[in-house]
Each structure stands twice: as structure tokens, then as C-alpha cells.
Write a protein that binds this ligand. Structure first.
Ligand SMILES: [Fe+2]
Length: 474
């Protein structure tokens, strides 16, 4: 079982924690044949730079946001990567070193320099296109807007009511049928406030609800259905005094408190009724798969860990890799389902698969509605560095997967094949090949994942771990 005793088992995985400072623009080679129907751009976002001026981030999940774009056009294929020019990025380029605190790493200079600990946006978690704007989200502050054609940074963009400067979660939700765009903003302080913002498909601000959370928690992702928003407060507590004193970074001020269990806050999207709270067994969630209304109930599927040992603590795998160590990663990301019956005020949690999963994905067309298939990264072992992809049929429980040797595979972005049926198409997964040391974009057919990639777009260099992507069809 993995621990921190040895160096990381597969040394080439350290490529995930290596910076990509250069900004590229080239036509990559392809191994295999690209599907004819695959036309559009895959945008990805994630940390691109982990060290600067002798300072290295303490955690793999921390670095300046770097957008990658894979253009699939009739004229051919193009790859670009470009940093989001946040205020932090520009100031540190001028200073030629990291000078500002980020969510896992304090500013150089000790406690005095970190009192108040105002962590800065790196705009490096998610990306998506809305009404002609390419957004880059962090979990602090407002998102940044970029030109989707040139990748030029245009500046911060307000996504909520004017003048409301809060921390918007990187994960936003788009209704697969009507295009409603939902955002969740969180205010940390003596009380934690949840802000749900709803915009119509054409960008109009439709509503804003602000409700007090029953307790503080670190939230990364959440659920929505046609009628409800569900916020899962897992028992990750933030010690605000420790954080604000400058003694510890944000992540070093977090503590897993399983004795407190999970609390779910169910909000009526129309605001017609008061929030309803439910209690459940503790499990840590990075990502929801999807949720939908089913009669009087809400069905909410997600990947949950019994403990976030890979994320929190001195020996966490995401931290150890920065020093070339294996770290703790003993708990699997199991596929779980909440069934929440509102009139009976009852919640059931089921484990749908004990296998190891992360980066859940559905066809965007069924987001917020009943889905049949869930797509994931996977691994046979208890590791957060996955080497496979899986498809789970939520109706009959069958599961198909592929595991590749000496390869890391990232989030599988779903692209619908217009000539195939609903929820059928391709998965685009950015991988790192241990044999060449370079990254590639693997393209898999959803109905034959087990056959491996039908094509691989071959990059000329490694890319750091990229969190999330968005397919912008043409
Ligand atoms: Fe995420």
C-alpha cells in the first residue's frame, strides 16, 4: 500500500508536477485517425507553473492558470498553451519571482508577510465558453475572461449581481436542455454564506439567493437539478484564526473531521421554500457526476472518499509528489449516490462502485437531467494518479474500462458524436506517456473504451496536471 517511505513508484509521474513555462503554438502529429465528426476546440485549464525565483508551490493543485487549446478544424490540428494574465501573474512576472500567497503556499517572508492571508486568484481550475467569452475560474474572486480565438486575457468578469465581489466556485452548472447557467459563490467569515446565481442561456441575470450555511466547509463542487441546488458540506473544517494569523496556508488550515459527518443543503431554485438540511455519513467529494429530479426525490451521483488522505496533511500524495515522494493515497474515490426524499425528509447513500474513480463526466446534454452513463478516470490501485478510463451504465450497473501501462490519463471530456445516439461519442483525455516523457491527447470511443484510444495527438513536451476541460463545438 502506498505511503511516504519511498520515492514515487513511477518516476515519470513527476512530469505532472513540472512547470511548462514556454507558450507554444504548433500543429502536432497524430498517431491514428481522427474522427471526421470531431470539429471544434478542446479548452483545458490547470496549473502551469509551480516554481519561480527559487520558490516552489507546496502542492500539485496550486499554480498559475494555463489554458491549453486543441483546435480540430477542416484545415488541420493546432495546439496552443497560454497563461491567464491575472493580476498576480503580471505582478510576479515583473518581480521575477513568486511574491503572493496562494491557497496551498504562503507568501515568502514568514508570518508577518502573511497576516490576513489574502490569497490571489490564479484563474487555473476550470474553463468554459459562454456567449463568446472564454472564462477561467479559480475558487477565489471573480473569474477572468479571455478571447476564445486568441487566448488573450481580457480581465476579470462579473458573473453575479453588479458590485458583488465574492469567491465564485470554479465549478459552474449548465442545464443541458435550456442552457441556464448556475454559479455558486461562497463568503467565508464568522458565518459562511452560500450565494446561488442563475443566468439564462443568453446571459441575463435571472436570480440571486443568499443563504447562511449551517457550518463552514471547503466546497469544491456541488449539484443542481431542474428544481433544486444541493450543496454538500463534507466535514472539512477551516480554522479561520490559523489562516488569518498568517501561520498557515488555506489548505494547511483545513482539517478532516469525520465525527461531524456530511450535511447537505437543499435549496429551491425558485426560492419558493426554505432550505432543507440532511445529514449523512462522512465522505469527501471533489466532484459531482450529475443530479436529477425523480418524482419527489433528488438523485445525486458523485465520487466520494472515506478520507481525503491524498489531499490533506503533511503526507498527502498531492503534496508528496512535489518532493518526488509517493505520499498517502489509500482511499479510493468510490462512485456514490444520494437519493434524497424531500417530503419524507429522508436520505439514502449507496455505493454504486467500489472501484477507484475521479473526474466524473456526463454528456453535457443531460446535465441536470437523468443520465444513463457516467465517465471517469480510473486506476486499479488506490492512487490519485490514474492510468485508465471507465464508463459506468447507471441503469444496469455494468462497467467497461481500459487501463494503459506507463501512462497517466486525465479528465475525459465528453464530445457527442452527432451521428450516434444520445450519450454516445468520444472521450478526450490529456495523458502523460511514461515511455516518451511527453503528453498526448487520447481520443477514445465511448462505446468501445476497452479498445484503447483510436487516435493520439502527440505533444512535443510534457504538460503539468490539467484539471478540467470544455468542448466548444463548431
Ligand atoms: Fe474540480
Amino acid at each position: 500500500m502506498a505511503d511516504t517511505v519511498g520515492t514515487i513508484g513511477k518516476s515519470w509521474l513527476i512530469g505532472l508536477a513540472s512547470s511548462l513555462r514556454e507558450e507554444h503554438d504548433y500543429a502536432p502529429e497524430v498517431d491514428g485517425v481522427l474522427p471526421r465528426g470531431l470539429k471544434g476546440t478542446l479548452f483545458r485549464n490547470g496549473p502551469g507553473c509551480f516554481e519561480f525565483g527559487g520558490v516552489r508551490k507546496r502542492h500539485l493543485l496550486d499554480g498559475d492558470g494555463m489554458i491549453q487549446a486543441f483546435d480540430f478544424t477542416d484545415k488541420g490540428l493546432r495546439y496552443r498553451n497560454r497563461y491567464v494574465r491575472t493580476r498576480k501573474f503580471l505582478a510576479e512576472q515583473a518581480a521575477r519571482r513568486f511574491v503572493m500567497p496562494t491557497w496551498t503556499t504562503r507568501a515568502p517572508g514568514g508570518v508577518i508577510r502573511n497576516v490576513g492571508n489574502k490569497i490571489r486568484s490564479q484563474a487555473g481550475v476550470t474553463t468554459l465558453v459562454k456567449n463568446g467569452c472564454l472564462y477561467a475560474f479559480d475558487e477565489v474572486g471573480l473569474p477572468y475572461g479571455l478571447d476564445p480565438d486568441t487566448l488573450e486575457t481580457l480581465g476579470e468578469r462579473q458573473v453575479g449581481p453588479p458590485q458583488l465581489r465574492i469567491d465564485y466556485k470554479a465549478h459552474t452548472k449548465t442545464d443541458g436542455r435550456n442552457g441556464d447557467w448556475l454559479l455558486l459563490g461562497v463568503e467565508h467569515g464568522p458565518r459562511t454564506w452560500l450565494n446561488v446565481v442563475q443566468r439564462s442561456a443568453d446571459g441575463e441575470l435571472v436570480s440571486h439567493q443568499r443563504v447562511a450555511a449551517p457550518r463552514p466547509s471547503y466546497i469544491h463542487d456541488w449539484f443542481f437539478t431542474e428544481r433544486y441546488v444541493v450543496v454538500l458540506l463534507h466535514p472539512v473544517e477551516l480554522s479561520l484564526p490559523r489562516f488569518l494569523s498568517g501561520l498557515a496556508s488555506f489548505t494547511d488550515s483545513l482539517q478532516w473531521r469525520p465525527d461531524k459527518g456530511n450535511v447537505l443543503v437543499v435549496l429551491d431554485r425558485a426560492g419558493a421554500s426554505e432550505p432543507v438540511l440532511f445529514s449523512a455519513d462522512p465522505s469527501f467529494m471533489w466532484h459531482s457526476l450529475n443530479a436529477f429530479d425523480l418524482g419527489d426525490s433528488i438523485v445525486a451521483d458523485f465520487v466520494g472518499y472515506d478520507e481525503p488522505d491524498h489531499f490533506l496533511g503533511e503526507k498527502a500524495a498531492f503534496r508528496a509528489i512535489m518532493c518526488g515522494l509517493q505520499g498517502l493515497q489509500q482511499h479510493k474515490g468510490k462512485l456514490r449516490r444520494y437519493v434524497i426524499n424531500l417530503p419524507r425528509k429522508r436520505i439514502i447513500q449507496e455505493v454504486l462502485s467500489e472501484e477507484n474513480h475521479e473526474f466524473p463526466m456526463v454528456d453535457a446534454a443531460v446535465s441536470g437531467h437523468r443520465h444513463r452513463y457516467g465517465y471517469f478516470t480510473t486506476a486499479a490501485e488506490s492512487t490519485v494518479f490514474h492510468n485508465g478510463l471507465a464508463r459506468v451504465d447507471m441503469e444496469n450497473g455494468s462497467r467497461e474500462q481500459v487501463l494503459l501501462d506507463d501512462v497517466h490519463l486525465g479528465e475525459p471530456v465528453f464530445v457527442r458524436d452527432q451521428e450516434a445516439g444520445p450519450e454516445q461519442g468520444w472521450l478526450l483525455s490529456l495523458g502523460l506517456d511514461g515511455r516518451t516523457g511527453n503528453s498526448f491527447l487520447g481520443i477514445f470511443r465511448t462505446d468501445s473504451i476497452g479498445d484503447g484510444p483510436i487516435a493520439r495527438v502527440l505533444l512535443r513536451h510534457p504538460t503539468p496536471l490539467s484539471f478540467h476541460g470544455y468542448w466548444h463545438g463548431r
